[in-house]
Write a protein that binds this ligand. Structure first.
Ligand SMILES: [Zn+2]
Length: 105
């Protein structure tokens, strides 16, 4: 797989500080009517319309290739690089972000 980011995204991604982490479920607000979910980061919400579910955020996608990251090694990648609640799979991180720091040093 050889995914390419456009130069603007590339610059943005390279400006973030990424950490290698094991993916874990995080709290989410789940819409009572419908399947919409959004990450819960302490924002206000209306309990009439949303349930706060402790491990409600079940997966993320790599920002570049959209591969799934979750805590099930059978269906997902369980480890990736994260910054500002965004995720990159190891492959995309190494191809797009890590390259630049290697060149710089
Ligand atoms: Zn990827």
């Amino acid at each position: 797989m050889d995914q390419q980011l456009n130069p603007r995204d590339l610059k943005y991604f390279r400006s973030l500080k990424w950490t290698l982490q094991t993916w874990k479920p995080t709290p989410a607000l789940i819409e009572k009517k419908g399947a919409n979910a959004r990450p819960y980061i302490g924002q206000g919400y209306d309990p009439v319309f949303f349930d706060l579910v402790e491990d409600g955020w079940r997966h993320d996608h790599c920002e570049v290739c959209f591969v799934k990251l979750c805590d099930n090694p059978e269906t997902c990648q369980t480890e990736g690089y994260t910054a500002d609640r965004q995720w990159l799979c190891r492959e995309c991180y190494e191809q797009n972000v890590a390259v630049s720091s290697r060149l710089r040093s």
